[in-house]
Design a protein around this ligand. Structure first.
Ligand code: NG6
Ligand code: CA
Length: 506
């Protein structure tokens, strides 16, 4: 009830607001596991990313832009709700049969944009749960993204490496044959499909850790699945399928709703595991599949940009490209990511990567293009985070968020437009432990658990004592200066405790 009141309580204010006003379209391209150093405009040379780089050339590249967390589900939760995920239990990496984490009635990015006349679509990876009881994949699924502000939804329910390996369009599995119903289990083996554990000889990509359950399309997954044979996706075609859907959303919008703005939340599967590019990208780089799916991702981005060009939407569309967490090489499949990396640095000069409290965990490519308002070819060192999209877009369209909505989301419109060069005064980064950014300082709270995640070979950032780094002098977080700056350490510990207990001061 409280949430419903919150939605109704959204106040439209200011002259820019209102149904049909000339708001810009918004396209958020939310890449999976793309590291700070994985794209050309951030320093990569082993893979060419001309389309991604075009966003930077025609807009602004933020050098200190962040996801909220070092894994997917909490980052995606924060992006849509404007709330740090660590405030809510059940927001860790979601299993493939998780129930909807964001409940209907919640104030979300698409919900506020819908209020002022946007049409919105989510296409690609979801990973925020579905339904409110054990999911029956053979019946309409509710709640789903349509219940939290999206007008259209075409999703990979969880991840490419988790069952069920089917697309869900709005409430239904795409292409399901009712006589071959789907069952899913993350506990017990079900059905007669072979598994990666028992039948490794059937695999086209071997598993390294986890990922040894049901084999779908020659790749074993996390979890067991039976049935739905006709509906199962083909990994090699995934980029084509979802990119085509995203383009068709724009095409159909322009054919039938051109007077309205749109919000496209486009979530490529690339470059998450399993990394299985379409044959036309296989061998595109010297880095094996991980490099090749970056090339494939760049193609997808190019298709979206070209569609905007074709409809003459480029000038008045905000395009944001960013990633849900930092990079990982071996994330559970034997896909030669480690062996073929060469001199490529997936996290650039940053320490750590996916799962890590070091900057490599959350500092990701963060590119924003809006030719009408943002000077081309610029860079900004402002401290930015995806959690601020809610409050920022609300201001953009002239909405005042109701009290309690997006509790950690701050209006960063001036920073986005380049008039403010500082961005956030502080930011909490989530890995196994929390870190706090403030000015040039980075504080990492103490944490139990191993210093290195051995499976993926990434430093977690866990240490028995809290640590302090001066990023302006030491971007790679090599020198812990906690002993030299005890007062700074205390200040930051106190601020982190305050944000934890009292919320983000607006
Ligand atoms: C981990 C998986 C990893 C990946 C990750 C989620 C194992 C051993 N590892 O549990 O492969 O799926 O979850 O990635 O199963 S994320 O980008 O969606 O957060
Ligand atoms: Ca991810």
């Amino acid at each position: 009830m409280r949430m419903i009141l919150l939605v109704i309580g959204i106040v439209v204010s200011g002259s820019r607001a209102g149904f049909g006003a000339q708001h810009p379209n918004i396209v958020v391209i939310y890449v999976d596991d793309l590291g700070y150093g994985d794209v050309g405009c951030c320093g990569a040379t082993s893979v060419r990313t001309p389309n991604i780089d075009r966003i930077a050339t025609e807009g602004c590249r933020f050098t200190d832009g962040h996801s909220s967390a070092a894994t997917c589900t909490p980052s995606r939760y924060a992006l849509l709700t404007g709330e740090y995920a660590w405030r809510l239990d059940g927001t860790g990496i979601a299993p493939g049969d998780a129930n909807a984490i964001i409940k209907p009635g919640r104030v979300t990015v698409p919900a506020i944009l819908q209020k002022v006349g946007f049409r919105s679509a989510v296409i690609g990876k979801w990973h925020l749960g579905l339904g409110d009881r054990p999911i029956d994949w053979n019946k309409p699924i509710s709640p789903c993204p349509l219940d939290i502000g999206f007008d259209e939804s075409f999703i990979i329910p969880a991840t490419g490496d988790r069952v069920p390996c089917v697309y869900v369009e709005n409430r239904d599995v795409v292409g399901l044959d009712p006589s071959d119903p789907i069952a899913v289990s993350f506990r017990n083996r079900i059905g007669n499909d072979p598994t990666g554990l028992d039948n490794p000889e059937l695999l086209k990509v071997g598993w390294d850790h986890g990922h040894n359950a049901t084999i779908i399309n020659g790749i074993s997954r996390i979890g067991f699945m039976s049935g739905g044979t006709a509906a199962r996706w083909v990994d090699e075609d995934m980029a084509d399928v979802i990119t085509t859907r995203a383009k068709s959303f724009i095409d159909r919008h322009m054919a039938s709703h051109s007077g309205q703005p749109f919000f496209l939340y486009f979530n490529p599967h690339d470059i998450h595991v399993p990394r299985v590019p379409h044959p036309r990208f296989a061998g595109a780089t010297s880095m094996g599949p991980r490099g090749d799916v970056i090339a494939e991702l760049d193609w997808s981005v190019g298709e979206i940009l070209e569609t905007l060009d074709q409809h003459r939407l480029t000038q008045n569309t905000i395009v944001i490209l960013t990633s849900d967490n930092g990079p990982v090489l071996n994330d559970g499949y034997k896909d030669e990511a480690v062996q073929k990396i060469g001199d490529h640095s997936p996290a650039g000069v940053l320490r750590g990567g996916k799962y890590s409290a070091f900057e490599g965990g959350t500092r990701v490519p963060f590119l924003v293009r809006w030719p009408e308002k943002i000077a081309p070819g610029t860079t900004s060192g402002a401290l930015m985070c995806q959690i601020d999209f809610l409050a920022t877009f609300a201001d953009l369209v002239g909405l005042r968020l109701p009290d309690g909505a997006g509790p950690d989301s701050l209006n960063m419109l001036p920073a986005l437009l380049g008039t403010d060069r500082n961005g956030r005064s502080h930011l909490v980064e989530q890995a196994g432990v929390l870190s706090l950014r403030m000015g040039p300082w980075k504080y990492i709270e103490s944490g139990k658990g191993p210093a290195v995640n051995k499976q993926v070979n990434i430093e977690t950032g866990n240490a028995p004592e809290p640590r302090l780094f001066h990023l302006e002098q030491d971007l790679s977080e090599e020198h812990n200066v906690a002993d030299q700056h005890p007062e700074q350490l205390r200040t930051m510990a106190e601020l982190l405790a305050r944000v934890r207990e009292q919320g983000t001061p607006r």
